[in-house]
Design a binder for this molecule. Structure first.
Ligand code: ADP
Length: 223
């Protein structure tokens, strides 16, 4: 089953083409690594697939996510769709230090207007899966880098997203924490059938992923 079907993705900055992809399909429950040198267009591609950025040729672009063409949606509906179906993990976890761990995790659920009590129960379950339930009431300022990244993963999972987009999620972690995080992605994929689209320079991760999309100068290199 195809979860992302993109056609005609074009993006330029100052007359320089940074992305030109005629078509790309991503299958359900696959872990897809997006690789390539710095400046190849990886983050641009991830942002467009994740509905965070529009192409320059918006009218001719088609981006079907779980069979819904999101290019036809109003920006309000697109934001709702994003919050309900997509999860994001960034290199710099972007946790809010004004809130404790569990509060950080439930924020996307509160935005989706779910009950706070149910969200706390669910966040606690996710923290158990990630082996960090003891940190529930900690301030994210006082936990390690690997733990912060696991909290960011928990936050990305709170609305049961079908697809998780990650930009260099292990870029900031030591080898052991990076391996643990990658194992976690595979476990979540196996247990919940989620699809992962991951921009990564990590060779170990790309090697074990189901598919590698190689980018160079904004184009997908043939396999
Ligand atoms: P990668 O993630 O592979 O390093 P990016 O998608 O971040 O590549 O960037 C692709 C190209 O687009 C690079 O040449 C980058 O300098 C350029 N670029 C990205 N964002 C902007 C921007 N906001 N303004 C101008 N150029 C940009």
């Amino acid at each position: 089953m195809i979860v992302i079907e993109a056609k005609k993705l074009k993006k330029s900055y100052e007359n320089k083409v940074v992305l030109d992809i005629p078509s790309l399909k991503i299958k359900k429950s696959q872990i897809v690594s997006i690789c390539g040198p710095s400046g190849a267009g990886k983050t641009t591609l991830l942002s467009i697939l994740g509905t965070l950025m529009k192409t320059d040729n918006h009218k001719e672009t088609s981006l079907k996510i779980m069979d819904v063409d999101i290019t036809k949606m109003t920006s309000n509906n697109m934001a709702k769709f994003r919050n309900n179906h997509l999860g994001f993990i960034f290199q710099f976890h972007e946790l809010l230090y004004e809130f404790n761990v569990i509060e950080n995790i439930i924020i996307p659920g509160l935005i989706a207007k779910q009950s706070k009590t149910e969200l706390i129960t669910k966040a606690t379950e996710i923290l158990k899966i990630l082996n960090i339930v003891d940190l529930k009431y900690s301030n994210p300022r006082n936990i390690s880098g690997g733990e912060k990244q696991r909290v960011a993963v928990a936050r990305s999972l709170i609305n049961n997203p079908s697809i998780i987009f990650a930009d260099e999620p292990s870029g900031n972690l030591d080898a052991k924490n990076a391996d643990d995080l990658h194992k976690l992605f595979f476990r979540l994929r196996d247990e919940f059938g989620q699809t992962f689209v991951i921009v990564t320079h990590n060779k170990k991760l790309s090697k074990i992923s189901d598919r590698i999309v190689k980018l160079a100068d904004g184009k997908i290199k043939p396999r």
